[in-house]
Design a binder for this molecule. Sequence first.
Ligand code: GDP
Ligand code: MG
Length: 307
Amino acid sequence: MNDNRKEKRNSRCGFIALVGRPNVGKSTLLNHFLRQKISITSRKPQTTRHRILGVHSTSDTQFIYVDTPGLHHERKKTLNRLMNETVERVISDVDVVFFIVERTAWTDEDELVLNALLNVNKPILLLINKVDQLQDKKRLLPHIEALSAKRHFVEIIPVSALKGHNLEVIDEAVRQYLPEGQFLFPVDQVTDRSVRFLAAEMVREKIIRQLGDELPYEATVEIEKFQDQGRTLHVDALILVEKAGQKQILIGKEGSRLKLVGSAAREDMEKAFEKKVMLKLWVKVRSGWADNERALKSLGYTDYQSI
Ligand code: GDP
Ligand code: MG
């Protein structure tokens, strides 16, 4: 050990699962956790099977955020079953879970997520997001009390992802639950495959936002082209849906809905990649695929090496 660095803390590095029903602010929070940088990477240590959303490194801590797809939806069809299995697997492997809820709201979907966490034997930090929207902050206290009666949380932290409040507090609170050890990822590495993955996620997120329950988890996005041509990034994305009807819904009247999906995803990409983006979207029906595990595997739902 280097003697002049006595007060330096040992490095820690670990996996954090983000869970919470749609719309509580997971993506917004993640952006803040990553300090708006894309530090996602596909170079994974042998032992991880996680779907990695991003990595944030400080001088002595590496926070690896992982996704838990499908936690907030009812089990139905093979697709959702696979996703629920994924959830269990992801959570069994992480060091810490962030359970994200919003303000003083508590919905059936929050309850579903909580139920999935009941038997989880990991430290769970409850993040109460969007507190900036609370007129009367005093209302938070009884709510916190009610939530802490539901199960044990190692910490309950009110946050505002939008304003970036309390992020350092969260980093510090979670640090103690991450194992001591070397960083698993190089600091600030961006790879082509991971940015493709991120681009696909941006499209998928906009589809879900546009269609909500009309198309739950039945759309998959494949990035067919991801070409950096100097000042412009050219991205072609193929959206696979299950039925012709869904294709119609997604495309919308004279393509209006797909246009909304495309422009919102493009804006996200331009922000993230700091470049002008030309995004082209296609929708294709992949008949019966949701019940075909092999097709799912080929699309990367169960094979984490492909991310
Ligand atoms: P996700 O579905 O859980 O990933 O949620 P998003 O991150 O997409 O956020 C859903 C909506 O909530 C978006 O319109 C966000 O701008 C908004 N939002 C997220 N965090 C906050 C917050 O702290 N305060 C407020 N007022 N809005 C927020
Ligand atoms: Mg999201």
